[in-house]
Structures are given as structure tokens and as C-alpha cells.
Design a protein around this ligand. Structure first.
Ligand code: P53
Length: 476
């Protein structure tokens, strides 16, 4: 008997733009990921004005999954996955985002990919929008600052649901919709919402407007999906980094509550179908006169999600910053280092118990099934003289997190659908655009400069994860 349920979904997670490549093939349009250069830890990726000559755009080729998917899916089957989380590149289906008709060649690509997965008993788990919206929607409409996005997205969702209704059951609408709570940096607003800020704009207000339109679009999509196939399970996708109080000073505790509200209110709307009171009061206090219609509020109530998909990599900590009773949180400034945990080479704080905490937080608040759709350890891998890669550090990280996930099920009774570790085949980092920040069990020969044979090989973690799946999480 294992602790996890019998049909537990063991998988791996990726996103179209981070592995497919083929950025201009099969009729695909330019996405926001296609105009982002390579960065590094502490060096942000640049967003260029369109695709420029002489720049290094790592997502253009990525690991060329577009041409390697058959051999790759075979490897996934060898690994033993029973599900595969990827996204549908919006720009393969609607290259510009505002076309009347979808691009058949793009639709066919995902038919082929899903058929290939299903052939091996691997169930596709699909994110509709994962940091890859059409760039044309940015230049022509200003991205999600524009209400028109709701219709474009709803149409894209409808086309996907309709086409793949017999091949896909688990869906998610917007990947890590809450990253944009960090609106001070350019990365999240652009990748989440296709927003490029002008000098002097009120970034925060624009973020709340964009997020509102996305939440309405998500709710519409959930409704459409359930009409097309009542068996669909449609979830949200939240980047969960719990924010601990730095100390037991009551002010630190209250600061943590306020910070959690500002980072996770998105989930409240997705799950409950309405804005929480603290957010209504906050928006009013700030004087943000957002475009929120009565119809929007009705739409929200009709599109509550079926489950909560979330990523978990790290936890945060916060101190009271003497802000008075508002305890207003600024994600770009207010977080402090947690002295009790270690961090990765990219500064991500490693905290396995935080995963159990996060699962309890979600469960207490929402009582919905949870799906851990990302977790993983970005690290530099060294190839030994004999060609092997002994990524014990990655195994250690994942083992510790799976242990905590199991404790959450065993001790806290949390309903858990599955676990899909991130980037189980090496791919382009979203945050930095690097190849050398690797998460995979499958190594891909390619470096930050874009050089390499693209050859795939198994790391030590491959065999490890294979036995984890085989034993339904008992053999770690
Ligand atoms: P990379 C920030 C914080 C937590 C998760 O990230 C994040 C980010 C954005 O960088 O992104 C998710 O590649 C995201 C994936 C991404 C993965 O985590 O920056 O859903 O697309 O690749 C890991 O190391």
C-alpha cells in the first residue's frame, strides 16, 4: 500500500516556448518569449522591440522539441510518466492572436503530440497561456491592459477545448498568474500580460486591471470548457512561495498576512468567483478606478476552477517595515533572507517543509484538490569523464519535497491529484533565458550561447525518478 492514491498522476512539466523551438515554423507567429534575450542570475533578460538581427533569443530554437518530440516522448515513456504537462503555444494556433480562423498546421502539431503521448499511456495536462502570448497583441493592443484580450483568449480556449476534448482532460488557464504581483520589475508584467510600461505610468494600477481581465477570461474559459466537455478538470495555476513572518513579533505576523493577500488574492477570485474584501478595500483606498463591469462580476461567479494547480520552488520571509496599519506589501523591496534555510546558486531558498505548509494553506482556505504542477532544482550540471551526470543534489531536493508532499497527504489529509516536476528534460530558463540553469532528468547538449548537438542523455536522476514512479512514491 502506498500513501498516494492509486491513479496518482506522476509526470513532468514544461512549457511550449521553453522547449519547442521552431519559433517561425508551421505558420507560428512571434510570441512575447521570442523577443526576450538571454540574461543570467542578476542580469535581467532584455525585451527587444520585435525580433532584431544579432540578438541571442534562446527560445527561438530552445531544445527543438518541435522536431524531436517523437524520440522525446519515447524517453518520457521510458521514464515511466503517466502524464505530461505542457502548454499550447497560442501563436501556433492564432499566430497574431486576432485572426478569425485558427492555423490548422498548429492545431495538427498538438494533435500529433497528444497522440504520441496517449500511445504510451501518457495523459497530456495542458496550460493554455504560459508566458507566450502573441507579440502582435502587445504591439497592436497593449496586451492585457486592453479588454479586447478577453475575447481573443476565450476564442483561443474554445478552439483548443473543442479540438482536443477527447485527448485532454486536465487544463489550466494562466500559468503563475500571480507573478505580476511583482510589477516593479519588467519580467512578470511582460510574460504574464504582455505589458510594457511607459515612463511615469502607475504600474500597480495597470497590473490590477490586467489581472482582472485575465481572471474574467479565465472564468469564461472554465465555463466554455465545461460546456464542451463536462468531464474537463480546469484549474488555475499559482506560483506559491509562502511568505513567512520573520519573527513572532505580531507586526511581522500581520505583515506576512498582508503580503500573502497581495500575492494570492488571484486564487481567491479563481476559486470563489469574487474579490475578497481586503482587495476591494485596497483598490478603493488606492483610488484605482478599474474597469470592472457587472457582467464581469457575474462571469467570475460562473467560472470557478475545479482544482488548484501550483508551482512550488521556495519560500519567502518578511519583516514589518513600519508601514502602519495598512501593512502594504511591495514584493520587489520587502522580502528578507530566511536564516533557517539554504539557497540555490540562483538565490532560491530551499524549503521542503514549506511545501507541506503551502498545501495546508491552500487546503484550509479552499478545500479543492491540489495539483503540484512544478517543483524542481535549477543547477549547473557537470558531465563526468565517462559521460555520466551525477546530479545527486537534484535527487536530494526532489526527494525532500516528495517526502513533505506525502506527509501532507498522510498527516493532513490533503487531496492531491499529482506531481509534475519542472523541466524534467533540460530547457530554456524562463527567468534568465539560460540553458545552464538545468532542471532535467534528461540532459540536453546545448549551452547558453546556443551551441551544442541537442543530443539527449539520461542523468542519474532519471533512474531515480523512474523508481519513484514505479513504487508510487514509496521508494525515494
Ligand atoms: P526559471 C519565478 C518564481 C517562481 C517560478 O523558473 C517561476 C518564476 C519565473 O522565473 O517560473 C516558473 O526557469 C515557470 C516556468 C519556469 C520555472 O518556474 O526562471 O512556470 O516557466 O521555467 C522555473 O528557473
Amino acid at each position: 500500500m502506498s500513501i498516494l492514491r492509486e491513479n496518482f498522476l506522476w509526470g513532468g512539466a514544461v512549457a511550449a516556448h521553453q522547449l519547442e523551438g521552431g519559433w517561425d515554423q508551421g505558420g507560428k507567429g512571434v510570441s512575447v518569449a521570442d523577443v526576450m534575450t538571454v540574461g543570467a542570475h542578476g542580469v535581467p533578460r532584455r525585451i527587444t522591440d520585435g525580433v532584431l538581427q544579432g540578438e541571442n533569443y534562446p527560445n527561438h530554437e530552445a531544445i527543438d522539441f518541435y522536431h524531436h518530440y517523437k524520440e522525446d516522448v519515447k524517453l518520457f515513456a521510458d521514464l515511466g510518466l503517466n502524464c505530461f504537462r505542457t502548454s499550447i503555444a497560442w501563436t501556433r494556433i492564432f499566430p497574431n492572436g486576432d485572426e478569425a480562423e485558427p492555423n490548422e498546421e498548429g492545431l495538427q502539431f498538438y494533435d500529433n503530440l497528444f497522440d504520441e503521448c496517449l500511445k504510451y499511456g501518457i495523459e497530456p495536462v495542458i496550460t493554455l497561456s504560459h508566458f507566450e502570448m502573441p507579440y502582435h497583441l502587445v504591439t497592436e493592443y497593449g496586451g492585457w491592459r486592453n479588454r479586447k484580450m478577453i475575447d481573443f483568449f476565450a476564442k483561443f480556449a474554445r478552439v483548443c477545448f473543442d479540438r482536443y476534448k477527447d485527448k485532454v482532460r486536465y487544463w489550466m488557464t494562466f500559468n503563475e498568474i500571480n507573478n505580476q504581483a511583482n510589477y516593479a520589475e519588467d519580467f512578470a508584467p511582460f510574460t504574464n500580460s504582455g505589458i510594457k510600461y511607459q515612463e511615469g505610468e502607475d504600474r500597480e494600477k495597470i497590473m490590477y486591471q490586467a489581472a482582472h481581465y485575465e481572471l474574467v477570461a479565465s472564468a469564461q474559459a472554465v465555463k466554455i470548457g465545461h460546456e464542451i466537455n463536462p468531464d474537463f478538470q480546469i484549474g488555475c495555476m499559482i506560483a506559491m512561495c509562502p511568505i513567512y513572518p520573520y519573527s513572532c513579533d505580531p507586526k511581522d505576523m500581520m505583515m506576512s498576512v498582508s503580503a500573502m493577500q497581495k500575492r494570492y488574492w488571484f486564487t481567491d477570485v479563481h476559486v470563489r468567483g469574487h474579490y475578497p474584501s481586503f482587495m476591494e478595500n485596497y483598490l478603493a483606498r488606492k483610488g484605482f478606478d478599474l474597469d470592472i463591469t457587472e457582467q464581469d462580476l457575474t462571469d467570475l461567479t460562473h467560472g470557478c476552477v475545479d482544482y488548484i494547480g501550483f508551482s512550488y520552488y521556495m519560500s519567502f520571509a518578511i519583516k514589518d517595515h513600519e508601514k502602519g496599519p495598512a501593512f502594504d506589501y511591495d514584493e520587489s523591496k520587502d522580502l528578507v533572507k530566511n536564516p533557517y534555510v539554504e539557497a540555490s546558486d540562483w538565490g532560491w531558498q530551499i524549503d521542503p517543509l514549506g511545501l507541506r505548509y503551502a498545501m495546508n494553506w491552500f487546503n484550509e482556505r479552499y478545500e479543492l484538490p491540489l495539483f503540484i504542477v512544478e517543483n524542481g532544482f535549477g543547477a549547473i550540471d557537470e558531465i563526468e569523464a565517462d559521460g555520466t551526470i551525477n546530479d545527486q543534489y537534484r535527487i536530494d531536493y526532489l526527494k525532500a519535497h516528495i517526502e513533505m508532499m506525502k506527509e501532507a497527504v498522510e498527516f493532513d489529509g490533503i487531496p492531491l491529484i499529482g506531481y509534475t516536476p519542472w523541466g524534467f528534460i533540460d530547457l530554456v530558463s524562463a527567468g534568465t533565458g539560460e540553458m545552464k540553469k538545468r532542471y532535467g532528468f534528461i540532459y540536453v547538449d546545448k549551452d547558453n550561447e546556443g551551441q551544442g548537438t541537442l543530443k539527449r542523455s539520461k542523468k542519474k536522476s532519471f533512474d531515480w525518478y523512474q523508481q519513484v514512479i514505479k513504487s508510487n512514491g514509496e521508494k525515494l
